[in-house]
Design a binder for this molecule. Structure first.
Ligand code: MG
Length: 164
């Protein structure tokens, strides 16, 4: 997988979901109290989705839109943690392991700082790695655009994978 002398490969992931009423908010595989939740065929967990795509990208194993299509009823309501577990399984089957993941959540509301450690632990657990391999940063959108109005949440991630 890695080039001779190479140490690993990097991947990038991005996701955005709208916030809507009548849904629970799941972020980083943690249920977070809020008056709205992320809308999607899945549970809408943008942080898990961005991380999953970063890992899949590093391993050149595709993308979650292809692996978990929103037209497939089997994946209706699928949890972000479930997607991460499946991605970790595919990574292992490709004789790769996660070096680290670094992610940014961009949300105006709710405030997420007090949930950061719980999200990190839940993501690490789903991926089967130590929490020291997972970094999560939290940003607002300074009131700009849909995220700034509190109508959407986005996430970006990079992942590094290495040969096992
Ligand atoms: Mg998504």
């Amino acid at each position: 997988m890695t080039e001779p002398g190479g140490r690993g490969r990097v991947g990038i992931g991005y996701d955005l979901h709208r916030l809507g009423e009548g849904r629970p908010l799941w972020l980083g595989a943690v249920r977070i109290p809020h008056d709205r939740g992320l809308v999607g065929h899945s549970d809408g967990d943008v942080l898990c989705h961005a991380i999953a795509d970063a890992i899949l990208g590093a391993a050149a194993l595709g993308e979650i839109g292809a692996l978990f299509p929103d037209t497939d009823p089997r994946f209706e309501g699928i949890a972000g943690s479930g997607i991460l577990r499946e991605v970790a399984s595919r990574l292992g089957a490709a004789f790769l392991r996660l070096g680290n993941v670094d992610a940014v959540v961009i949300a105006e509301k709710p405030r997420l700082a007090t949930h950061r450690d719980a999200m990190r632990d839940a993501i690490a657990l789903a991926l089967g790695v130590e929490p020291t391999r997972v970094s999560i940063k939290i940003k607002s959108n300074e009131g700009c655009e849909a995220i700034g109005r509190g109508d959407a949440i986005a996430a970006q991630a990079v992942a590094w994978v290495e040969a096992r």
